[in-house]
Design a protein around this ligand. Structure first.
Ligand SMILES: [Zn+2]
Length: 426
């Protein structure tokens, strides 16, 4: 069976403009200005819609195993498809943590059986994510892990991080570093600055992040290992990474939509749905993030999807855990970044498709071109909808967008040519 996607405005690395897409056997067979169906193909009319490659979210927390009350693979992967994400990677801070081959295999096996979005698994750097002893990274690679990270916690011991980088280098997989100096974070709840003083909230200084970024850059220089810095949020971090790239150090990094869309000022209402780690940036830091995204210092866009149950978030700001739910709103948040900041749509799309696909060697995806898998997102930029808890597939309703009117809507998500999300059917 062949499907013809007709009249959409493509925005991808290879194509930009109005094109028809012919899909057969799960792949893109042909792209042309006009393909006529003559009744031979199933036709989907997408005129007035944007067509993106299926998005790739390299930083999510799906909570399984151990925290199924927050999220399960089933709800998380459905939230992904609703948000236009067809490929995503999950972090290993589960209970037990993903620090051995059995747990990697469990997640990969289960996600295959669910047959929703494609799941990639990131293994822990250290056993139990305790930062003391290296996990068996070789075994986890054999089981299918695509990178290593203790995300949620830093690897505080520099010697352990050095050894981890040396091993990962041999295995040819990147280390994703959660850069934080816990002594400096000192149990704080928001970014240090004028607003933390004004709101009377115990703060986290910006250098709690950049000091660790600096250390890891030096370890990447020493070992030659590909370092990927998770959720960069400060001007100082960005400036260190920019210089490291100039120096030829194999480093990449990501920014979350949260840090592009909100600043510390937004915490005036003490809304725990905006409490996140690293904390929301100051205006000055946020401007540095925009600039770094524009000049390519920041490589990729991620959600850092961190779902929590209502009883965990509906508490005083100081007692709330860090994290924002994001998968359901992936395409919407990307569009919002474009609308608010005026950053070229193609550039943002590439940072969430083509570039992560290249970094993680994901073949045949992350682009719209002939021969690639037909992972596509159909998005209507004019439709509006109200984001209510029940409209989100994720169990985590902890997003500042809840209750808000949102412009732009994912109409259909296709994975390997198959409709896996359809707004009309819900
Ligand atoms: Zn993190």
């Amino acid at each position: 069976m062949r499907t013809l996607i007709k009249g959409g405005q493509l925005i991808s690395h290879s194509y930009e403009g109005k094109y028809d897409i012919l899909i057969s056997n799960g792949r893109i067979e042909k792209i042309a200005k006009s393909i006529s169906s003559d009744g031979k193909y199933t036709e989907i009319d997408v005129s007035n819609c944007l067509v993106f490659p299926g998005f790739i979210d390299m930083h999510t927390h799906l909570r399984e195993p151990g925290y199924e009350y927050r999220e399960t693979l089933n709800t998380g992967l459905k939230a992904a498809l609703h948000g236009g994400v067809t490929t995503l990677a999950c972090m290993p801070n589960t209970l037990p943590p993903i620090d051995n081959k059995a747990n990697v295999s469990f997640l990969l096996g289960k996600s295959k059986r669910l047959d929703l979005a494609d799941l990639l698994v990131i293994g822990a750097i250290t056993k139990g994510r305790e930062g003391k002893e290296l996990a068996n990274m070789g075994e986890m690679k054999m089981a299918g892990a695509i990178a290593f990270s203790d995300d949620g916690s830093p690897v505080t011991n520099s010697h352990v991080m050095r050894r981890a980088m040396e091993y990962a280098k041999v295995l040819g997989l990147p280390i994703i570093s959660h850069c934080e100096t816990l002594e400096l974070s000192d149990g704080g709840h928001m970014r240090e600055g004028w607003f933390s003083t004004y709101f009377g909230i115990h703060p986290i200084p910006d250098v709690a992040e950049s000091i660790m970024v600096g250390r890891d850059i030096e370890l990447s220089y020493l070992t030659g290992e590909h370092l990927h810095v998770a959720h960069v949020s400060t001007k100082r971090s960005v400036s260190l990474i920019r210089q490291a790239k100039r120096d030829g150090i194999p480093i990449t990094c990501e920014v979350t939509f949260n840090h592009l869309l909100f600043t510390d000022e937004a915490l005036s209402d003490y809304d725990t749905n905006k409490k996140v780690n690293p904390p929301l940036p100051t205006r000055k830091d946020q401007e540095a993030l925009y600039e770094a995204l524009e000049d390519g210092t920041i490589d990729i866009l991620v959600t850092d999807h961190a779902p929590y149950a209502p009883h965990e978030k509906e508490v005083e700001f100081q007692r709330s855990p860090f994290g924002i739910s994001g998968l359901d709103l992936f395409t919407n948040m990307l569009f919002e970044v474009h609308r608010r900041l005026g950053i070229e749509m193609k550039k943002l799309v590439e940072a969430a498709t083509f570039i992560p696909a290249r970094l993680y060697h994901l073949e045949d995806r992350g682009d719209i071109k002939e021969g690639d898998l037909a992972d596509l997102v159909i998005f209507d930029p004019e439709q509006t909808w109200k984001c209510l808890p029940e409209t989100l597939y994720s169990k985590g309703k902890n997003t500042p967008f809840v209750g808000k009117e949102i412009k732009g809507k994912v109409i259909t998500t296709l994975e390997e040519g198959k409709i896996v999300y359809d707004a009309e059917k819900g």
